[in-house]
Ligand binder design. Structure first.
Ligand SMILES: *[C@@H]1O[C@H](CO)[C@@H](O)[C@H](O)[C@H]1NC(C)=O
Length: 295
């Protein structure tokens, strides 16, 4: 076998060398030729579109690759995983995770939550009462912790959120599963608690992960009115649905950080839930804290 293969290699080298060399020359020439005309076309056109097209093709190539795991630590993974994401904004830091959970997982969570829905409540500032804050948050909801879900679905999602944020599971509050019906909304607010409004905090909310459990036909977007510093000086009324809007889509996740890396509250993380116009919105929220929780 070895000899034969050597023989055929010899034949290949002598008889086929010239055509192969010619062929590869022309392939490289054509690639260079078309590559450069394509590039010069891109340079001719003004604007961002061609640039992003080049970037996209680079990203696509990378995603086709299978990466091999390297030796892991005791608490790490022995495999390489990928969680597709899109950076929606740096101001605030907001990331979108398409297809974070399956349709079945979403259905399961809705079914579990339905049994215990109550009108959602608010963390009250000094001087606020349940009565004078009526209308700020009109959804219904319930808290469910992963330990209350024997199917393990909530546990799996919690684990994936921990991976996506690299903040341990132990820092999460229980899932707050919410239902918004037509007209229901949540006026713009911060998830972090400003000590000057809420008093000293033992533990602060660092980030929020929203898992959309349903599609919404119309309305129900998560909005960030101050995205990129916009609308901060217009006397914003906290009601208007403006700024960066994220349309709920079943199974997709939205993560945003309420604090800067230095721990101060990012005012641009102000967000709200636009009123549902057609359909129903179900969302599971996980608030992630700087201290461990007992949830
Ligand atoms: C914290 O970080 C933000 C954003 O980088 C910056 O604007 C702010 O001045 C910092 N605050 C403190 C107290 O360092």
């Amino acid at each position: 076998m070895k000899v034969r293969s050597k023989g055929s290699w010899g034949l290949f080298r002598t008889k086929l060398r010239l055509p192969i060399v010619l062929l590869s020359c022309s392939v490289f020439f054509l690639a260079g030729f078309f590559g450069s005309t394509l590039l010069s076309q891109f340079q001719d056109i003004d604007g961002d579109v061609p640039k992003s097209r080049i970037l996209e093709s680079v990203v696509e190539e990378k995603e086709d690759k299978v990466f091999e795991a390297i030796p892991n630590g005791d608490s790490g993974d022995s495999f390489v995983s990928s969680i597709p994401f899109q950076v929606l904004s740096w101001k605030p830091r907001a990331v979108y995770f398409p297809g974070f959970a399956s349709a079945e997982q979403c259905e399961h969570i809705i079914k579990k939550a339905k049994a215990n829905l109550r009108p959602s409540s608010l963390a009250l500032r000094k001087g606020e009462t349940a009565e004078n804050t009526k209308g700020i948050r009109t959804s219904s909801g319930t808290f469910i912790s992963a330990s209350e879900d024997p199917s393990g679905t909530l546990g799996l999602i919690e684990e994936k959120i921990a991976k996506a944020t690299m903040i341990p599971r132990s820092h999460g509050e229980a899932f707050n599963v919410l239902r918004y019906e037509i007209g229901q909304r949540y006026l713009s607010h911060h998830d972090a608690f400003n000590p000057t409004e809420y008093g000293p905090q033992k533990s602060q909310r660092v980030a929020s992960f929203l898992l959309y459990l349903s599609d919404v036909e119309e309305g129900g977007e998560t909005m960030f009115p101050f995205e990129n510093g916009l609308n901060m000086n217009i006397g914003y009324d906290y009601e208007e649905c403006i700024g960066l809007k994220v349309k709920p889509h079943r199974g997709d996740g939205l993560l945003f950080y309420s604090l800067y890396p230095n721990g101060t509250i990012d005012q641009m993380s102000l967000h709200g839930s636009c009123p549902v116009i057609v359909g129903q919105k179900w969302v599971a929220t996980k608030w992630i804290r700087d201290q461990e929780t007992n949830d």
